[in-house]
Design a protein around this ligand. Structure first.
Ligand SMILES: [Zn+2]
Length: 417
């Protein structure tokens, strides 16, 4: 389990000045812990910058050229790093040999357990999706869904080339998840309570399994791999079947006292929804006004789509010119804007990144930003609202970012011996 909230004041800084995410930073003194810290620093620098000359990494990290040569040689032996083809040096200088993360060998497994399907895949060391599979749930029981996830995990380990090439597995799902205990505390939409997910998906090969909420996992992915990689503090606001926020504060993922930070489902927005109240009893909360399921329910009740229709068919209907469908989706975007305005006022982050089914209708992003500006005490902060950059493989990149985060915080102990 990773520790997301640390008080390590010596956390490495990003080359561009922003703080790097930090989890279990290597502690202690002595040569071994220094080697671990420096390996982590060089690995994160390469993840952040992409292929770089050693001299550039020296400049970015402040390490000496001698240390750099030693560390990159060790990393190459450990199959973390490769030397690329030499490029000519400027001003008649010696040719430079850039180095890059080795994306051919090690893999992270990422599995996302959703309401309707389980999605799993492999990430390479640079966080790119190598392979992805989505399985629609064959049965809705907890047992059936867990069996399916185990089968998918085994298949992915085989596709990775065996357990010795898997650095770790990340499993993410909705609801409240405690990454320290590996337990899904409460997932109302799946009807799960106190499910020991880390234990259920653990393997005999000793490779670590990391569990967290899908929203926090995606917040990490945004920070390491996407829109928020230059932001020290950011909010990832997910609006889909579930709603929630992942909070990165000064480079650290905020977990909270009860692992419940970012639980904003029932934030009242001062507007009452038509239809069935939320499970919290309110009709004016973010989940009741803006989740995919709530918007779809309103569309069904108003006869805009048939009673068995999916959220996607509501989006299609809107695209094909239905003013009613478009109005429902636009109103939803405005409610999300109001919530985004509240969050921006509260935390004043560098960026607020949006994700989820909400982005199936990017045509309403301007309306969302306008609603945020109307709510904000400083309306210009609404310009810091951006869509996710994770794209198609976002579920795999999210769940795979759980072991990726642990690895780039302290790679050495996760390497197979
Ligand atoms: Zn509610």
């Amino acid at each position: 389990m990773y520790s997301a909230d640390t008080d390590d004041q010596d956390a490495a800084r990003r080359p561009d000045g922003g703080p790097l995410p930090s989890a279990t930073q290597p502690h202690g003194s002595g040569l071994e812990s220094l080697r671990r810290r420096n390996t982590a620093l060089v690995a994160r620098t390469l993840l952040h910058r992409g292929p770089s000359a050693r001299s550039e990494i020296v400049h970015a990290t402040g390490l000496s050229a001698t240390s750099m040569t030693k560390i990159t040689a060790q990393m190459a032996r450990a199959r973390m790093l490769v030397e690329l083809t030499a490029v000519a040096g400027g001003n008649m200088g010696r040719p430079r040999v850039p180095v890059a993360l080795d994306t051919a060998y090690y893999r992270f497994v990422g599995i996302h357990i959703g309401l309707r399907r389980t999605t799993g895949g492999l990430l390479d060391l640079a966080g790119d999706v190598v392979t992805e599979h989505a399985l629609t749930h064959r049965g809705r029981t907890q047992k059936a869904i867990l069996n399916e996830a185990r089968e998918l995990r085994d298949q992915l380990v085989t596709e990775a080339g065996g357990p010795e090439r898997v650095l770790g597995t990340g499993v993410a799902t909705g609801g409240r998840v405690d990454p320290h205990t590996g337990v899904v505390v409460d997932h109302p939409l799946l009807g799960w309570k106190n499910v020991p997910l880390a234990q259920e998906l653990g393997t005999d090969d000793g490779r670590p399994v990391f569990i967290d909420s899908s929203v926090r996992a995606m917040a990490l992915a945004e920070t390491y791999l996407s829109a928020a990689r230059h932001a020290g503090s950011s909010i990832f606001l997910f609006i889909g079947n579930i709603v929630g926020a992942g909070l990165m504060v000064d480079g650290r993922l905020r977990l909270g006292h009860d692992a419940a930070a970012g639980t904003i489902d029932h934030l009242p927005l001062g507007h009452t929804a038509q239809g069935t109240p939320c499970r919290c009893g309110r009709t004016d909360c973010l989940a009741a006004l803006a989740s995919d399921v709530a918007v779809l329910e309103r569309a069904r009740q108003a006869g805009v789509v048939p009673s068995h229709a999916s959220f996607e068919s509501l989006v299609t209907k809107s695209r094909s010119g239905s003013a009613q469908a478009a109005a429902l989706l636009r109103e939803r975007a405005e409610h999300v804007g109001t919530a985004a305005g509240i969050l921006l006022d509260l935390m004043d982050p560098d960026l607020l990144v949006l994700g989820g089914g909400l982005l199936q209708t990017p045509e309403h992003l301007d309306a969302l930003r306008a609603a945020a500006a109307a709510r904000l005490s400083r309306p210009t902060a609404a310009e810091r609202i951006v869509p996710t950059g994770l794209g198609e493989g976002s579920l795999v990149r999210g769940s795979g970012s759980l072991p990726l985060h642990a690895f780039f915080s302290d790679p050495v102990p996760m390497l197979p011996v």
